[in-house]
Design a protein around this ligand. Structure first.
Ligand code: DX5
Ligand code: ZN
Length: 209
């Protein structure tokens, strides 16, 4: 199981990134919020782009924004493996997937807890990544929604049915207990469980067990 670490809950981002860089974590999960798709807003790109100074890990960018097309070119200029935006943005989904791919970056769609997984079907042939949210998008440290297990199982069935190459990640409230509900995914995204502890590597090892 791969692990992608979110630093959203950190109150010292440079230090968190430096400590994560010393672990074997697979990706740094970069949560971007615009204050419209979500109530909260994260720092602007002019500040966020400085994360390259503190980490040489590949980035897993999660855009919780209404207008992904404005953010994709910016985050495509960093050391980025995946850019994911929400299916709930509804417009220009295919166009935005193609925009991500035009930078040779892997493209993902995220689904919020209330969204039916069947909405992914038209996009399955285009996707490299499906991010299943196990909390409402908007903030770190929320409680994992247990019914996510069935959702992940459904996404796995769709992937097999349509011979899709997409990887599945689960994001929100993941810790050493709730990870057991995500055995059918490929990547666990975890924030507060890792960064609110003094030994990051130990927390990452617990997620991989
Ligand atoms: C929620 C974010 C998640 C979150 C994960 O809106 O997309 O990535 O920060 O953090 P924890 O693990 O604290 O829920
Ligand atoms: Zn996220």
């Amino acid at each position: 199981m791969k692990v992608s670490a979110s630093f959203l809950s950190s109150n010292d981002i440079p230090n968190t990134l430096k400590l994560l860089n010393e672990t074997d974590v697979d990706y740094i999960h970069v949560d971007i919020m615009d204050g419209k798709f979500t109530e909260n807003k994260t720092m602007p790109f002019s500040e966020m782009k400085n994360i390259y100074k503190y980490t040489d890990k590949r980035l897993d960018v999660h855009l919780m924004v209404n207008d992904p097309e404005k953010y994709i070119p910016l985050y495509a200029s960093l050391n980025t493996e995946y850019i994911t935006f929400h299916i709930e943005t509804e417009k220009d989904i295919e166009k935005n997937i193609e925009l991500i791919k035009s930078y040779s970056i892997k493209a993902g769609l995220a689904i919020s807890p209330e969204t039916d997984v069947k909405e992914l079907v038209p996009y399955l042939p285009l996707l490299d990544y499906i991010l299943v949210m196990s909390v409402e998008p908007g903030k770190g440290g929320q409680e994992f929604i247990r019914s996510t297990k069935e959702k992940v199982d459904e996404v796995r069935t769709l992937i097999n049915e349509y011979s899709s190459k997409a990887l599945i990640s689960v994001d929100g409230g993941i810790n050493s207990d709730t990870k057991d509900y995500c055995q059918n995914c490929d990547i666990l995204v975890s924030g507060s469980f890792i960064v609110n502890n003094s030994n990051y590597q130990n927390q990452i090892d617990l997620l991989r067990k």
